[in-house]
Design a protein around this ligand. Structure first.
Ligand SMILES: Cc1cc2nc3c(=O)[nH]c(=O)nc-3n(C[C@H](O)[C@H](O)[C@H](O)COP(=O)(O)O)c2cc1C
Length: 440
């Protein structure tokens, strides 16, 4: 079929028009799947059938596969190299190849071209930044697969967590502000940092308050579970941009409404995030009950841990604890784990929970937490106590709206962004931060 397709295309476009084909060089994780050796034969046949280049990808499936964020850079380069050995037309390598690695792949003769997909969605100016020595200004792709998820399943147009303007370039074009304003941003999470970045780019004078010692907000904790390091790469990029743009940082300082009289801003962006939701279960105040953030920042847990809450945060925290050798039970009221999670991330995440031996109890009703553990009513109505030394709360969060009402009416423009509007994810925070920066 491939050869017939190549032949038919060639017939239509003529011999001077470039035609290349993309081959899945290997089906990783499929028993009896395509091997590199087979693809070498197919590549030679395609070359004979007149393709001008071969683009080498691969297929990753199976429950044991790594989540997309965990695919190390350049995983498929050896496959391109394997194809290059047997054909004389140029070979294109792909899949998480950042510029520096791409350069060495070319220098070492492993491939002739580098294809970059997600990296250019995150930052379409990547190449011009790299070639002018501004690597630190490249917005990094975090490999979260929101782009693919948005175009494949959501039908909402493409989204990128780190690039709010992707696919909305005209609407979101940054223009210098007509009149520079004094802007206070409260909260140094992704929404606050993005608002500060965009407002500064447009010429506003920005003061960013965060009561923590470090910028990042929930990015600081979100980057802690296994394979979430790219979130910290994004945080570092944002911190770098905010500093470079001359945003005045007031870290370790809690913003209060009294400061409005002193600072007299024209606008306040509120990016105050969330407060963890603590469900009303008898015994929840026990000292063996910890918040997810405490655990991910290094609080000690006992050997037997119950995680309350089975959405993304609960599941990733469970994987984090399982990696430390703890015995973990995840409990949730709903019928299924991680329902709000992109399937490309969800399948390997649940696969990991299962292969690492997590116990999963869905559809429970909580009765009480005691020193012995967590007592629930199971789906079948049975009363059961799951023994635990530590109980970790991953039961969601509620918006931190404390400042919202007190700032209202005291400043010309007040713009809430991100989780303090409604708890969601990094994408929404960044997008709303961008829009606030654009509106100012
Ligand atoms: C939004 C999106 C759509 C894609 N669509 C296709 C497709 O239709 N066919 C295909 O072979 N690969 C598709 N891919 C895979 C990319 O071609 C590429 O192999 C992959 O993104 C890995 O490279 P990267 O790390 O440079 O993004 C898509 C990827 C993304 C992110």
């Amino acid at each position: 079929m491939l050869l017939e397709v190549i032949e038919a295309i060639r017939e239509r476009v003529g011999k001077d028009y470039p035609v290349w084909c993309r081959l899945s060089a290997m089906e990783i994780g499929v028993e009896g799947g395509i091997t590199l050796e087979e693809t070498q034969v197919v590549a030679q046949l395609a070359e004979k059938a007149s393709v001008d280049a071969i683009h080498v990808s691969a297929h990753l499936v199976g429950p044991g596969r790594r989540p997309p964020m965990a695919q190390p850079p350049g995983t498929f380069v050896p496959l391109a190299e394997g194809i290059k050995k047997v054909v004389s037309v140029p070979v294109i390598a792909v899949s998480r190849i950042p510029p520096e690695l791409g350069e060495s792949v070319l220098q070492e003769g492993k491939a002739d071209f580098i294809a970059i997909g997600r990296g250019l969605l995150a930052d379409p100016h990547m190449l011009e930044k790299v070639t002018s020595g501004r690597e630190e200004d490249v917005a990094p792709c975090i490999c979260c697969m929101t782009c693919l998820d948005s175009v494949t399943w959501r039908d909402e147009g493409i989204w990128c967590v780190v690039n709010a303007a992707l696919g909305r370039e005209r609407e979101y074009e940054l223009k210098s502000a007509e009149k520079p304003k004094k802007v206070i941003v409260v909260g140094g999470g992704p929404g606050g940092m993005e608002a500060a970045r965009v407002a500064s780019l447009r010429g506003h004078k920005v003061i960013l308050f965060d009561d923590g010692d470090e910028l990042g907000g929930q990015l600081l904790v979100a980057s802690k579970p296994p394979f979430k390091e790219t979130i910290d790469t994004f945080r570092q990029y944002m911190v770098g941009q905010v500093a470079k743009l001359g945003v005045e940082l007031r870290l370790g300082e809690r913003f209060t409404v009294d400061l409005l009289d002193e600072l007299k801003p024209d606008a306040v962006v509120l990016a105050t995030g969330v407060i963890p939701f603590v469900p009303q279960i008898p015994g929840i105040e026990g000292k063996q009950v910890l918040l997810v953030s405490e655990v991910l920042f290094g609080a000690e847990t006992g050997e037997r841990v119950v995680v309350i809450g089975g959405e993304l945060v609960g599941c990733e925290t469970a994987v984090y604890l399982l990696q430390q050798g703890k015995s973990v039970t995840i409990m949730m009221r709903g019928p299924e784990l991680a329902t709000n999670v992109n399937p490309l991330v969800r399948v390997p995440l649940i696969g990991r929970l299962k292969t690492k031996g997590a116990s999963i109890l869905t559809g429970v009703q909580y009765e009480e937490i005691t020193e012995a553990g967590v007592t629930v009513r199971t789906e079948t109505g049975e009363r059961r106590t799951v023994e635990a030394d530590t109980v970790v709360l991953a039961a969601g969060a509620r918006p931190n709206t404390d400042l919202l009402t007190s700032v209202e009416g005291k400043v010309a423009q007040g713009l809430p962004v991100g989780d303090c509007v409604k708890p969601r994810g990094i994408r929404e925070a960044v997008e709303e931060g961008y829009r606030a920066g654009l509106t100012l």
